[in-house]
Design a binder for this molecule. Structure first.
Ligand code: SF4
Length: 443
């Protein structure tokens, strides 16, 4: 969107290529950005003739995020972060956004071109998708107020960063377009900062005041670092300032490592004191470096997911599982899928334990397959009694046999894989927010 903004500033023809099989002959250059390594390249890229290949300029974390050699990673990241500002084509044209650059794109100052996705959205709506699904493309000013991090998380593209630096001024990406009724076309703000609260206090204080002054709802889309509330001498000020903002949706933090529990709990007491009623969500990273033969590692990961969820439930907060793609290599990959389906849907997470969610899947399967279901929800012990008495193998009057649905089978497979942890697993599967929440913790 920023490249499009620069081209637009300079009256250069451009468009977002939507079709996989676009005829690229008439394009001079094609900029391809990729965030995730698992995203496939478009067909027009794969099928390009040797004479067409010089047109492509590719960048983004999706081209190097899984590079394991640190030195190669460092070099690729450096090149990627600088390639647009070093781009020989863009550097032929003037920068209209101020600052010290006379020519070429100044990424921090460049206003995104917010209409870039209009045709794509209209096409999706015409195909029958709800416009609402594409609101991120249409209703938000998007940018980074700061960039960088200090935490060195090994799974993160910021793992080699050592500091946080101010990046764009809010006005560089704040959109003021209005519709025919004078209403803002993009009334919300998304911030993509990596670790805003770990920036110098003068930076986050100033930027938060700027955000508050806009009067627009905003959200730090990548999550905020809750640990800063416990570590920083300004932790209470952060919580108090955020409590005065027009925050859009849930506040999102991250609880990625179980070892951070003491800090997270200390921070939660501060946070909930100032924000007792605000929806608060925590990303829960999991599945990293899993291996089909490493059972202990798998159990530890599952255990840590549920222990983090238990802490969050006691403080009335919701979790959101963020699965690393390595989870597909774990001994029971579907367990991650099922925990995420339960945890990431607040209606399930807030009202049911993981066991209840699992058994409801079984009930749903039985009902939609035409079986009588005299008891819609069962405790694990009730289920086991029926299971051992052959209830799920008996034919009904149609001659059909009930079976165990995939969700329930996955849970049973896990119990079978870890007989020594059976009691502990069952206890974790029965964690329920309404049983665990304890407002005295932040009173
Ligand atoms: S705290 Fe967040 S941004 Fe920083 S290194 Fe860890 S995952 Fe990345």
């Amino acid at each position: 969107m920023k490249i499009a903004g620069f081209l637009h500033d300079n009256d250069i023809n451009f468009k977002l290529i939507i079709d996989q099989n676009e005829d690229i002959e008439s394009y001079k250059y094609i900029y391809i950005s990729r965030v995730f390594t698992f995203t496939k390249m478009p067909a027009f890229y794969d099928n390009a003739t040797p004479a067409q290949q010089h047109k492509f300029r590719c960048g983004g974390t999706g081209f190097y995020a899984n590079e394991l050699n640190v030195n190669i990673y460092r070099q690729k990241r450096h090149d990627d972060m600088n390639q647009l500002e070093d781009d020989d084509f863009l550097n032929q044209y003037p920068n209209h956004r101020g600052g010290i650059r006379a020519h070429g794109i100044d990424l921090a100052r460049q206003m995104p071109y917010y209409h870039l996705y209009d045709e794509f959205v209209e096409r999706k709506v015409a195909e029958g998708f709800k416009r609402e699904k594409y609101k991120d493309y249409q209703q938000y000013s998007i940018g980074f107020l700061t960039r960088g991090c200090i935490r060195h998380c090994p799974f993160c593209i910021n793992k080699l960063e050592d500091k946080i630096f101010p990046y764009s001024d809010l006005e560089s990406f704040l959109d003021n377009e209005r519709d025919e009724h004078g209403r803002l076309v993009r009334p919300y703000i998304y911030l993509w900062d990596d670790n805003f609260l770990a920036a110098d206090p003068s930076v986050w204080r100033d930027r938060l005041n700027q955000l508050i002054a806009t009067g627009r709802p905003f959200q730090f889309r990548q999550g905020l670092d809750e640990r800063m509330l416990a570590e920083s001498p300004h932790g209470e000020e952060m919580a108090e300032m955020l409590s005065r903002t027009k925050y859009h949706g849930d506040f999102i933090f991250a609880f990625d490592n179980w070892r951070d529990r003491p800090k997270i709990e200390k921070a939660l007491k501060i946070w909930k004191h100032y924000n007792p009623k605000k929806g608060t969500k925590f990303y829960l990273f999991c599945g990293f470096k899993q291996d089909a033969t490493e059972y202990k590692k798998f159990y530890k990961d599952i255990w840590e997911i549920f222990q983090r969820i238990k802490v969050l439930m006691t403080y009335g907060c919701v979790g959101y599982l963020m699965r690393h793609e390595d989870c597909h290599k774990s001994p029971i990959p579907n367990l991650y899928v099922q925990i995420a389906r339960w945890c990431n849907q607040q209606a399930f997470y807030k009202k049911m334990s993981f066991w209840e969610y699992t058994y409801r899947n079984q009930t749903y399967w039985e009902q939609t397959s035409g079986f009588d279901v005299p008891q819609e929800i069962k405790s694990f012990d009730e289920f086991m009694r029926d299971y051992e008495s052959g209830y799920y193998e008996k034919e009904d009057k149609r001659g059909k046999v009930r079976k165990i649905c995939k969700t329930l089978q996955t849970l049973l497979d896990t119990l079978e894989m870890f007989p020594e942890h059976r009691e502990e697993l069952l206890e974790m599967y029965n964690y329920k927010m309404q049983d665990l929440i304890n407002p005295e913790l932040w009173a």
